[in-house]
Design a binder for this molecule. Structure first.
Ligand code: MF3
Ligand code: CO
Length: 253
């Protein structure tokens, strides 16, 4: 069932989304060579709790941390560890924060120091693929319009589209209906209505779209070992378009 959020719920989701944005911005200066992904996770959890919010991923189906930290060929759900970031890495930080019962969810890929041109290309076009999807968000359009736009953009830029994982509705729960795939046919799927809140999250690979899961049952990696990027926003469908509930504050700094 796809829920329509009331004005009060939207206000709370705006607050939850803002906390996600603030936490990303807080972490950004720490994303430097030498820091471990566990240290990033600790910083994030302390910061989230200091705002009176909850790191929803921690304990979700047994996930052990506040952040998913996915480095280089890890697509999603990397578990924070003693791995120390190196110059030239890219790392996706994905987090869900609960505030007064509502969830916000956003993932962005960051460069660690100077990175290769290939990785810059991957990051730039994965983020742009998210914005291509966003352009389709307005009442009357369908989920398939978002999916199709993302896929077409990725194909045009020769990036592999991960198909096993998709975006989702969000509200009291981090995963609600509908599913928001990153591939598909325009004009298909559920119709968007004012007051729906969805997460759009392309996961694109520099090489093959194929992935596998590590024995930890979480970490998803690319089959060919090439890097992957992931950008996600929590988005409200408005009367004539959309509002990003997890705006990127870091782009201003
Ligand atoms: N943020 C991710 C998503 O968009 C999920 C977090 S995975 C978790 O679905 F299980 F660790 F929470
Ligand atoms: Co999500």
């Amino acid at each position: 069932m796809i829920t329509i959020k009331s004005d009060r719920e939207i206000e709370l989701m705006r607050e939850a989304g803002k906390l996600v944005s603030l936490t990303h911005q807080y972490l950004k200066p720490y994303i430097k060579p030498g820091i471990t992904t566990k240290e990033l996770d600790r910083l994030a959890e302390d910061y989230i709790r200091s705002m009176g919010a909850v790191p929803t991923c921690k304990g979700y189906e047994g996930f052990p941390a506040a952040l998913c930290t996915s480095v280089n060929d890890t697509v999603v759900h990397g578990i924070p560890s003693d791995y120390a970031l190196k110059k030239g890495d890219i790392i996706t930080i994905d987090m869900v924060i609960g505030y007064k019962g509502y969830q916000g969810d956003a993932a962005w890929t960051y460069a660690v120091g100077e990175i290769s041109e290939d990785k810059k290309y991957l990051m730039e076009h994965t983020e742009k693929a998210l914005y291509e999807g966003l352009k389709q968000v307005k009442p009357g359009n369908r989920i398939g319009d978002i999916s199709h736009s993302i896929e077409q953009y990725a194909i045009k830029h020769h990036l592999g589209v991960v198909k096993e994982l998709c975006g989702h509705g969000i509200g009291r729960e981090m995963h609600e209906d509908p599913e928001v795939p990153n591939y598909g046919e325009a004009g298909t799927g559920p119709k968007l209505k004012e007051g729906m809140v969805i997460c759009i999250e392309p996961m694109l690979n520099l090489g093959t779209a194929d992935i596998y899961m590590l024995e930890d049952n979480w970490t998803i990696k690319t089959d060919d070992g090439k890097p992957s990027a992931h950008y996600e926003h929590t988005v409200l469908v408005t009367k004539d378009g959309y509002e990003i509930l997890t705006p990127r504050l870091d782009l201003e700094s």
